[in-house]
Design a protein around this ligand. Structure first.
Ligand SMILES: *Cc1c(COP(=O)(O)O)cnc(C)c1O
Length: 388
């Protein structure tokens, strides 16, 4: 075929590791090692003179298929899968950093990522500056001669503030630093950071890529040169994903665009309904037509994603709604086909001091939703009865 296929077609059709049995679906290779035809064949495999598999910590055919298809979706030369989103973030940091280096990170981070930076990364003699995710001037001012990495999430969770990736990439590259973006909440359907100039797109596959709340996984995408280094790091540290999880994630990404298209549309409908409710003081969703950064959102994102933040009067009002829902699940998972509801102040952001939470825009009345695939009228009716 001469016509270039769309990424989503390649996520279904591309990157298959097929055996002599000509199985239609990608086979699950649940084996820790692979045999060699001869001593010479083994030597050729280990010296990379011939391509093949040796050991699942290093590479596995099912995982290789997942990596190839995810690379297609992210518009990357190569992707490397890991055991969880956190191991992918660890690899994004430690493959490229050493003691004495400095990183600049957006302040609005997933809680465990912030904990990882503050307790693990700093312990290895790496300096960290936190800045406002959206204020390019703060990023610029934070740069030091030893700055090696910019790291952020955009849009921020759950306030939906959007960082200009193109501007951040230019700034990072002018100072010899890499730009890594956590793309867990948007998925490659909603945003392709590499096309905006980022060097690494890292994500928790546990979220939208799986989409069904079944398995943990992580994945990094970028150039062949960077990902080759990441693969060596992951092999050395034993961060490999289980082939079973890769196999589940393969079926997850086959329906990714279908799920995300519908879930993004439903999230917009829920956000717009929330705007009409007198109890709701503010709605945060980057897909709203009146979002203050609308032009940037349209240039950088394909929709607003699945996460909505909205503010009620106080914690009592927030807890009352959370305790009254019957369809939404009270759990922190995001990107699932099941809609979820949480109170960031006392759960995902509980480890932060009250002052830090308020500085990050997390108030006691804030509620976070992840919108799933249930019929949207049922979701709105559920919130309606919980508000009443
Ligand atoms: C869940 C999440 C992670 C961590 O991923 P795990 O698969 O749970 O390790 C990292 N970043 C973001 C934005 C997340 O939502």
């Amino acid at each position: 075929m001469t016509k270039k296929l769309h990424p989503q077609t390649l996520a279904i059709r591309g990157g298959k590791e097929e055996t002599q049995y000509r199985e239609h679906n990608q086979a699950l290779f649940m084996t820790s090692s692979f045999m060699w035809e001869s001593a010479a064949h083994a030597a050729d495999l280990f010296s990379k003179k011939v391509k093949g598999f040796t050991y699942t910590r290093t590479a596995n055919p099912t995982t290789a298929a997942f990596e190839k298809r995810l690379a297609q979706l992210e518009g990357a030369e190569r992707a490397v899968a890991t055991s969880s989103g956190m191991s992918a973030i660890q690899a994004a940091f430690f493959t490229f950093l050493q003691a004495g280096d400095h990183i600049v990170s957006g302040r609005g981070l997933f809680g465990t990522t912030a904990g990882f930076i503050d307790t693990v990364v700093r312990k290895f003699g790496i300096e960290v500056s936190y800045v406002s995710t959206t204020d390019i001037g703060e990023w610029q001012a934070a740069i030091r001669p030893n700055t090696k990495l910019f790291f952020l999430e955009t849009p921020s969770n759950p306030l939906g503030e959007v960082a200009d990736l193109r501007a951040l990439a230019d700034l990072a590259h002018r100072h010899g630093a890499l730009l890594a973006v956590d793309n867990s909440l948007m998925s490659p359907y909603g945003q392709r950071p590499l096309e905006q100039g980022a060097d690494i797109s890292v994500q928790s596959a546990t979220k939208a890529l799986d989409g069904h709340g079944r398995v943990a996984g992580g994945v990094l995408a970028g150039s062949e040169a960077l990902m080759a280094q990441v693969a060596v790091y992951c092999n050395s540290c034993g961060l490999a994903i289980s082939p079973f999880n890769s196999w589940e994630l393969l079926s997850g990404i086959e329906t990714l665009s279908l799920r995300m298209e519908k879930q993004f549309a439903q999230a917009l409908a829920v956000a717009q309904w929330l705007q009409t409710q007198p109890q709701v003081k503010a709605v945060y969703y980057s897909g709203l037509p009146e979002h203050p950064q609308r032009e940037l959102v349209e240039r950088q994102q394909n929709g607003g994603g699945i996460v909505i933040g909205f503010e009620l009067e106080d914690q009592a009002a927030a807890w009352k709604v959370i305790d009254s829902v019957e369809v939404f699940s009270r759990t922190a998972n995001l990107g699932d086909v099941r809609s979820t509801i949480t109170h960031p102040w006392t759960t995902t952001h509980a480890r932060m001091s009250p002052e830090d939470k308020l500085a990050a825009g997390i108030t006691q009345g804030l509620v976070r939703l992840s919108v799933g695939l249930e019929v949207v009228e049922d979701l709105i009716d559920d919130l309606k009865q919980a508000f009443a």
